[in-house]
Design a protein around this ligand. Structure first.
Ligand SMILES: [Zn+2]
Length: 320
């Protein structure tokens, strides 16, 4: 069965509305790819992947594993590789893409978009959750290929534009192709694209500009709160006396509270396992689309992350 047909059938089964099943809008029909402006975000220096990033990707095969795109709910689609949350929010006025995988994932993401019938130049905005190589790794390529505006939290913009170098935790170990940020957001900013409304919640700590994005997706009159939960982990992070990020503990504590308190019907995440995403997807065979709903998911993730963080903090505060 052709994959496009698969997507249509899946869509027809889950969402019997032309709106949600037809991601490609007609707003700029007839615009040919030739009219796209030359990419201003394309890296102007050759990119060479570091040994550390190469190893990291090799040790995480799901980050580059193909995954058929599918509808999560309403107008929200999963379009990433199996192991990284890359999401499409579709609308007749143009689409929003969130995150861009590791360097090289653009090929897979763009193939998924085409499989859904999405024209690349109908992606108007590309948002980022945070400026690390597994979520911002191929944003430059995606921006170049779509002509979309890249939007990120102001506190991560510089890190994105220098391709993740001089990271407060990782230094230059996981550099990715630099990407120009066209527009920045701050905590609480609400972005509107046609009928789409998406809110940026600053959840700093994992990076200074780490962002949780929230929006509402509807099927008929049933509208649910979707939350793309920003990462709240601190793997090997320098938490005590970090001169590069003196407020890191305060920021993490703030972010745990923010995520725990969000209205949250369907939690999704940059790393799907953060919110047991695939377990819920598997249950859809039995329970239908409602299996994706987990109103406790955001709070559970924040509680878990806080416990891990506090254990790590206590260990770092203990004199050796
Ligand atoms: Zn990260």
């Amino acid at each position: 069965m052709a994959s496009f047909t698969y997507a249509r059938i899946l869509c027809a089964l889950l969402v019997p509305t032309a709106f949600a099943c037809t991601p490609a809008p007609a707003s700029d029909a007839g615009r040919s790819d030739k009219t796209l402006q030359p990419a201003t975000t394309a890296p102007n220096v050759p990119y060479r992947m570091s040994t550390d990033l190469r190893r990291n990707i090799a040790e995480s095969p799901s980050w580059t594993a193909p995954q058929k795109p599918f509808l999560i709910y309403g107008n929200t689609w999963f379009v990433g590789p199996r192991g990284l949350g890359v999401f499409l929010i579709a609308s007749p006025a143009g689409h929003i893409l969130i995150d861009g995988g590791v360097p090289g994932d653009a090929v897979l993401i763009e193939a998924n978009l085409r499989q859904l019938g999405v024209r690349l130049h109908d992606i108007k905005w590309i948002l980022n959750t945070h400026a690390h190589s597994d979520h911002a790794g191929d944003l430059a390529r995606l921006a170049a290929d779509t002509g979309a505006q890249v939007i990120a939290n102001a506190a991560d913009a510089a890190l994105l534009e220098r391709g993740g170098t001089d990271d407060p935790q990782y230094g230059n170990r996981f550099a990715f192709p630099p990407v120009r940020v066209d527009r920045t957001v701050a905590d609480g900013d609400v972005l509107r694209l046609g009928d789409l409304t998406i809110t940026a919640h600053a959840t700093p700590g994992h990076t200074k500009g780490n962002t949780t994005w929230t929006w509402t997706s509807c099927e008929g009159t049933r509208c649910l709160a979707i939350v793309d939960v920003g990462s709240l982990s601190a793997p090997g992070f320098h938490l005590v006396g970090n001169s590069r990020y003196p407020d890191i503990v305060r920021d993490f504590e703030h972010s745990f509270a923010v995520v725990a308190g969000l209205p949250c019907d369907i939690p999704i995440a940059p790393h799907p396992e953060m919110v047991d995403f695939w377990e819920r997807v598997a249950k859809r065979k039995q329970h239908g689309a409602d299996a994706m709903i987990d109103p406790t998911g955001c709070r559970a993730y924040a509680t878990d992350a806080r416990q891990n963080f506090e254990a790590e903090l206590a260990a770092q505060q203990t004199p050796r």
